[in-house]
Design a binder for this molecule. Structure first.
Ligand code: SAH
Length: 213
């Protein structure tokens, strides 16, 4: 698959749709216009890649809806060089958006098939996260903590304590919390012990699964 002028045109439209739904951060909109989402999908979905919808990516998982990606990214308030932890690499689309914003990205995926596929795809595309880990995102990445931001791209029945503890003071955790339906939740770490919490509307994600071993 290639990236053509036609794809670029569709991306510009997608950015307009996402903007009309309430995203205002110009850098996030620019990222949507830049990252070739169709290349993150299997070729059967190429024609649909620039609809504002989630699509299957194998292993029972989905690439998040572009609006949702933009919404979560906007809440993270990424600055260049920020150290960001992403839970749920999936197709790598959200990772690529964070890389476009010049974050240093650490990303974790627990489905081996997706982990391998996306790792290979990143090499091919020249996308360079700081670290791609195959493992359980509930635990975060203690050896690389603390982070300026943590983004969870699967629905968490509860907020993993490890993730709260791996945030810098001033850092932001964006996490959809709930079982069947999730509430997008933002935690800002105000001090070692205090977190400010904001709830920002209902979303639907595939579940964040815990490895019980
Ligand atoms: N950011 C991805 C979203 C993929 S869906 C994208 O844009 O494509 C959520 C992903 O979270 C799935 O790939 C799923 O396998 C992964 N996931 C679920 N539970 C996890 C866990 N405990 N640790 C790491 N990844 C997990």
């Amino acid at each position: 698959m290639k990236d053509t002028l036609k794809h670029r045109g569709m991306r510009n439209k997608l950015a307009e749709i996402v903007e009309a739904k309430g995203i205002t951060d110009k850098k996030v909109l620019e990222a949507i216009k830049t990252i070739p989402r169709h290349l993150f999908l299997d070729s059967g979905f190429e024609d649909h890649a620039y609809q504002d919808k989630a699509f299957p990516i194998g292993a029972d998982q989905t690439i998040s809806q572009p609006y949702t990606v933009a919404f979560q990214t906007e809440l993270l308030q990424v600055k260049p060089n920020d150290k960001i932890l992403e839970i749920g690499t999936g197709s790598g689309y959200q990772t690529a958006i964070l890389l476009h914003l010049k974050a240093r990205v650490y990303t974790i995926e627990r489905q081996q098939e997706l982990f391998k596929k996306t790792k290979l795809f990143f090499t091919k595309m020249g996308y360079r996260p700081k670290k791609m880990t195959f493992g359980d995102g509930y635990k975060g990445l203690p050896e690389d903590a603390p982070f300026d931001g943590i983004i969870v791209t699967a629905g968490a029945p509860e907020v993993p304590k490890a993730l709260m503890s791996q945030l810098k003071v001033g850092g932001r955790l964006v996490i959809p919390v709930g079982e069947d339906e999730q509430v997008m939740t933002l935690f800002v770490r105000k001090s070692e012990k205090e977190f400010e919490k904001r709830e920002l509307g209902a979303f639907r994600f595939v579940p964040l699964l815990e490895d019980k071993n």
